[in-house]
Design a protein around this ligand. Structure first.
Ligand SMILES: [Cu+2]
Length: 455
């Protein structure tokens, strides 16, 4: 799981670190754990300090720390990484400690934290702590509150966590490029009183978007609107972990948005309430029931839900283009147009192009040929057939009797007899229909029905 990297091997890094902070011995820089997997790692229960119920990061992990006196010390390494978006597609991104997004930083309200940031990118960077109340000089805005961190150098950030809640981190240094390349992560600060707004399962992820041309590996960083990969923690369906939940659990989902558009996040089968933003906890008297939570750009929203309805519940962005993988944006709508074999012909001429069929796009499991390192636009299979999704889509799987820390995929839901939509023999007679309205010329409308409609 965790592999340890002995990054202290280079004297230049040591010298850089000691030159920056007189308060910290260079030899005391903590190890920088790194992650080589894109699957959800088990929650990291605190071995020291106040107790809390840790979060799990979808397709991610929590950054281990160490205590140094009364400081909780973390070490982030900004570096190029390879991230698997789903089986069959990898992207060359920038991230932290082996993955993009970076590991979740978890701590407790009142903690003094010290974060070492080592820059292994080919250009300078900084880390901004989005939503944190901290001294101005720790805010991480390159040029404004600190010098940029040059390649090979290590900077130290030190501040006290004044508020519990959900926050983000990302560069404020060549920001457009570095965020488009995947540099981001989440911060969860637990309340000092573990009973405050306590939940049984606590999930966190950050949303990001990319434009990666079919067959290529590198995001186009100048894009502002025309993205083709809509990701949760730099994963797309069917690569996003399911949220395994025990029936009756109180569940929280904390969602950050570092894309360039809003995402209405929708959960089936339940109602929930928005409990927390990156500005703090929403008072219970100010919450109202929802089934969709809009997460604005550059913001965090968390909802709390009681998982009282067993089953496999779709959990997704409600913008339907965001539950697709790489797609052509110039597709003509051919519904109702008879163009036999057009899709096949175009597919031969331009394998990354796709033609919408005359009855819609569903292909019943048939997938278009695509270049290497490209995911189908609509994909995934469930117990009843093709799911025809991509992008920001996964499933909350609510089951009886899961163990406390068991986040493994429990497999497909076993529906009780008589609770699944079913087909019947079509009725022989057509049901009666409303006749079409008379035309404008005051002529009497000809008697008609849907079969023989005349306009
Ligand atoms: Cu969306």
């Amino acid at each position: 799981m965790l592999s340890r990297r002995n990054f202290l091997g280079t004297a230049t890094v040591l010298a850089g670190a000691s030159a920056i902070s007189g308060r910290v011995q260079a030899a005391n820089i903590p190890e920088a754990p790194t992650m080589d997997k894109a699957t959800m790692q088990p929650p990291l229960r605190p071995a020291s300090g106040p107790d809390y119920n840790p979060v799990v990061t979808l397709n991610g992990w929590t950054l281990p720390w160490r205590m140094n006196g009364d400081w909780k010390e973390f070490h982030l390494v900004a570096e190029p990484v390879e991230r698997e978006f789903a089986d069959g597609m990898k992207a060359h991104l920038w991230g932290y400690n082996g993955q993009s997004p970076g590991p979740t930083i978890e701590a407790v309200e009142g903690d003094k934290i010290r974060v070492f940031v080592t820059n292994k990118l080919p250009e300078h960077t900084t880390v901004h702590w989005h939503g944190m109340i901290l001294p101005s000089g720790m805010d991480g805005v390159g040029g404004l509150t600190q010098p940029h961190i040059k390649p090979g150098k290590t900077f130290v950030y030190e501040f006290v966590l004044k508020h519990s809640g959900t926050f983000m981190y990302h560069p404020h240094s060549d920001e457009m490029v570095q965020m488009a390349m995947g540099m981001m992560g989440m911060i969860v600060v637990h309340p000092r009183d573990p009973s405050f707004r306590a939940v049984d399962r606590d999930f966190v992820f950050v949303m990001s978007s990319y434009l990666i041309d079919p067959g290529t590996y590198l995001p186009k960083v100048n894009e502002m609107t025309n993205f083709n990969m809509w990701a949760w923690n730099a994963r797309v369906f069917p690569g996003i972990d399911p949220l395994a939940v025990r029936l009756g659990d109180r569940v929280r989902a904390r969602v950050g948005n570092l894309t360039m558009t809003n995402h209405p996040i929708h959960l089936h089968g339940h109602t929930f309430k928005v409990s927390c933003t990156d500005g703090g906890w929403v008072p219970e008297t100010a919450q109202w029931p929802e089934v969709t939570m809009d997460v604005p750009v550059g913001a965090v929203r968390a909802f709390d839900v009681v998982a009282d309805n067993p089953g496999d519940w779709a959990f997704h962005c409600h913008k339907s283009h965001h539950t697709m993988n790489a797609m052509g944006h110039d597709i003509t709508n051919l519904i109702g147009v008879s163009k036999k074999d057009l899709a096949k012909a175009v597919g031969k001429l331009a394998p990354d192009a796709m033609v919408m069929g005359q009855t819609g796009m569903a292909m019943g499991g048939m997938e278009m040929p695509a270049p290497d390192n490209t995911l189908p636009m609509m994909t995934g299979t469930g117990p009843f057939g093709p799911i025809e999704m991509g992008g920001m889509f996964t499933v909350m799987k609510i089951r009886e009797g899961l163990a406390r820390d068991d986040y493994r995929d429990p497999g497909p839901y076993k529906h009780p007899a008589g609770t699944v939509a079913y087909e019947i023999e079509a009725p022989a007679a057509e049901p009666p229909r409303q006749p079409p309205p008379a035309s404008n010329g005051n002529k009497a409308a000809k008697p008609t029905n849907m079969k023989g409609m005349k306009m």
